[in-house]
Design a protein around this ligand. Sequence first.
Ligand code: HEM
Length: 249
Amino acid sequence: MVRTSASAAEPRPPTGAAGTLSLREVLPQSNMSQHRAMTRWMQPALYGAAAITAGIMLITCLRDAAPWVSVRELYGLTALALLLASMIVGPLLAVLTRIPLKGHLLASRRALGVCAFCFALAHVAFYIMPVLSRNWHEIFAPGAWWIVGLSLGAIALACMAPLAWTSRNAAVAAMGGLRWKRLHRLVYVLLPIALLHAVLVGSDFGAHRAPDTKSEPDMGALFFFLGLSAAWLLLVFLRWRRRAATKHG
Ligand code: HEM
């Protein structure tokens, strides 16, 4: 999820691994300084846009009968969508080499991943706080599959935390490229775990429903996330084939 964009002064992970494409690889040297100037504002702009979006979602949901339920669902869905968006950029750029705004897309990866983590934290907070204020036994009440689903959510969150934390340039430099790269391979287990969590406990996905939810399943959410995940898998496969062909040819 959270890859670094590289500039001349920035430490960057080694290339050639899953999703570790750098700006230098996708932009001609002549465009680098122009690109750096243009993208300097991108990460703060994305963080700002995410904060405003989170605020608008919260205000909109306040009109609902159970605002905290709507907010936690919206934040959970947004976290998963941002996670997928951050993961898809690397393989997409490696496969579609002529895509426009490559440098911008690459520079936005880190911010997308960090925003996904922040939305996931808010999602959890809007579940835990109302439950604790009522009766914490509610966490276990819906049964074994519910508990499995929540545990998977907790594992996904635990995987996202180190990835978000090590998205800082200082962390990349301190860890060294190889260790950083190994750690960021966590995304390959993180996505299936987060998806399974959503399918098991999300009211939109229809398998189970939280006791405080009345909303009906929306199969659109399931197809959207399965479609995006399949696109990501396909791109990762195509990138792997491309790299294997370059190695042997
Ligand atoms: C300790 C960690 C977590 C807890 C306790 C938790 C809790 C929950 C709960 C209670 C629901 C059911 C919401 C409902 O439909 O009413 C849910 C759904 C969901 N969660 Fe989590 N979650 C956690 C982590 C995560 C993470 C890390 C992600 C994303 C990366 C995530 C994404 C989702 C999604 C997409 C849904 C489906 C929402 C819907 O159907 O509308 N969750 N989670």
